[in-house]
Design a protein around this ligand. Structure first.
Ligand SMILES: NC(=O)C1=CN([C@@H]2O[C@H](COP(=O)(O)OP(=O)(O)OC[C@H]3O[C@@H](n4cnc5c(N)ncnc54)[C@H](O)[C@@H]3O)[C@@H](O)[C@H]2O)C=CC1
Ligand SMILES: O=P(O)(O)OC[C@H]1O[C@](O)(CO)[C@@H](O)[C@@H]1O
Length: 381
């Protein structure tokens, strides 16, 4: 049986990646940093994935095990794995990289000729490439050369909303998801054959990845920050507010104008259909998704290469105005949730540096006119 080591046994790890890999015939070994989660998985050896929809569907993922991230067991699991995947949060990839390097060193020592593919399923531009850089920076030349001929690092886009479990899950390991899913895998970087039923294999990932990150995640973050501003607890409540729904639609339209300009392979009609389907997914009445989950870590979400600032630049390249994204960014800077450590850091910057310098620091935006628009919008909130 093929074996996958998946780092991060959280919402998307269990509810999407683990589920699909199990369906593709892999034994899935989860690696996580939470000992109680490891114990629960090893005790149950299975878990449920519940689809939140008009017709609730419950699937059981069997034949799973778990190991602690920083353990000998975890390093050894990499020696004979066919696949390594992650869904740990972009900032945690550095910790995964350190363990993966140790595992690859062991794999090389044991003369394992079998090729391995690695995919980081994080919401970010080319997260696998980020992981690859972290891995290679920790290797000597010999290991680096071996890796280049034996290990494929394929960038991916993952599209499925796995909301907070609270309010939905019954059993401790239940994972809850929406019905829709898309997993796009960039083929040229793969080593050997990879067959995951349900995944989409593409030659060039960027259009797929940016379409998803901007039209879904950028719009979702907008709904979260606008919802928080109006004191709504969930995305559903926020999206039922016509003013917020209008801002979300504007953000999507501005992102689309930049995407069609940048990627001729993307068709306007198809993008508009995708955007409408995304708004319908946000309005799924069976999902209570907290604005705090969707808006989490604004320091990352408001940064230069992420879901709001990058589409803003693409739209500007297409000579389009961006009032929707400007408002979304202003709302992001107004997200002063004291329970979110990154939001607290953003607020600290605003207090210490003033709003204009904080916006420029966090977003990397240097154009004075754009900065002015964001600051004016923030001050008018
Ligand atoms: N929830 C969702 O709908 C989707 C999430 N993603 C991405 O997947 C990643 C994870 O998101 P969620 O599953 O929602 O978060 P989560 O918080 O539910 O799960 C993350 C898991 O990773 C574990 N973890 C943290 N650092 C680790 C490390 N160094 N090694 C191993 N495990 C570690 C945590 O203990 C937790 O169990 C994020 O990058 C997110 O952007 C992507 C698509 C959909
Ligand atoms: O996981 P992140 O990057 O913090 O952002 C949350 C986003 O990711 C998702 O959980 C899945 O794409 C969305 O529901 C939400 O927009």
């Amino acid at each position: 049986m093929k074996k996958a080591v998946h780092f991060g046994a959280g919402n998307i790890g269990r509810g999407f990646i683990g589920l699909l890999l199990n369906g593709a015939g892999y034994e899935v070994v989860f690696a996580d940093v939470v000992p109680s989660l490891i114990e629960q998985i090893n005790l149950a050896r299975s878990y449920r994935v519940i689809t939140l929809d008009a017709q609730v569907e419950t699937q059981t993922v069997r034949n799973v095990r778990a190991v602690l991230l920083d353990s000998e067991e975890c390093r050894k699991e990499i020696v004979d794995a066919d696949l390594v995947t992650t869904a740990v949060g972009l900032g945690n990839l550095v910790n995964v990289a350190a363990i993966v390097v140790d595992g690859l060193r062991l794999r090389k020592q044991q003369n394992n000729d079998q090729v391995l593919n690695i995919m980081a399923c994080e919401n970010a531009i080319r997260a696998t490439s980020t992981l690859k850089d972290e891995v290679l920076s920790r290797c000597d030349d010999e290991l680096r050369n071996w890796i280049s001929s034996h290990v494929g690092f394929a960038d991916v886009a993952v599209d499925r909303i796995a909301p907070n479990r609270a309010g939905h899950a019954v059993e401790p390991l239940d994972s809850v998801v929406e019905r829709y899913f898309e997993w796009d895998i960039e083929t040229p970087s793969l080593k050997g054959a990879l067959d995951v039923p349900g995944a989409t294999f593409v030659e060039q990932l960027d259009p797929y990845l940016e379409r998803k990150l901007f039209i879904l995640n950028g719009a979702h973050a907008t709904a979260a920050y606008a919802g928080y501003h109006k004191k709504y607890a969930t995305i559903l409540e926020a999206m039922n507010d016509p003013e917020i729904a209008e801002t979300v639609t504007s953000v999507q339209q501005e992102a689309i104008s930049g995407l069609v300009h940048c990627y001729p392979s993307l068709q306007l009609d198809a993008l508009e259909q995708y955007a409408a389907s995304v708004r319908a997914r946000f309005l799924n009445p069976h999902i209570q998704d907290d604005v705090a989950r969707v808006g989490r870590d604004p320091l990352r979400k408001l940064s230069a290469q992420d879901r709001l600032v990058r589409p803003l630049h693409l739209a500007h390249q297409a000579a389009k105005e961006t009032p929707g994204i400007v408002r979304a960014l202003a709302l992001g800077f107004a997200y002063d949730n004291p329970e979110d450590a990154a939001a607290v850091q953003v607020q600290k910057q605003i207090q210490e540096l003033g709003i204009e310098r904080a916006v420029s620091n966090v977003t990397g935006i240097s154009d004075p006119a754009t900065l002015r628009q964001i600051v004016d919008e923030y001050q008018a909130l």
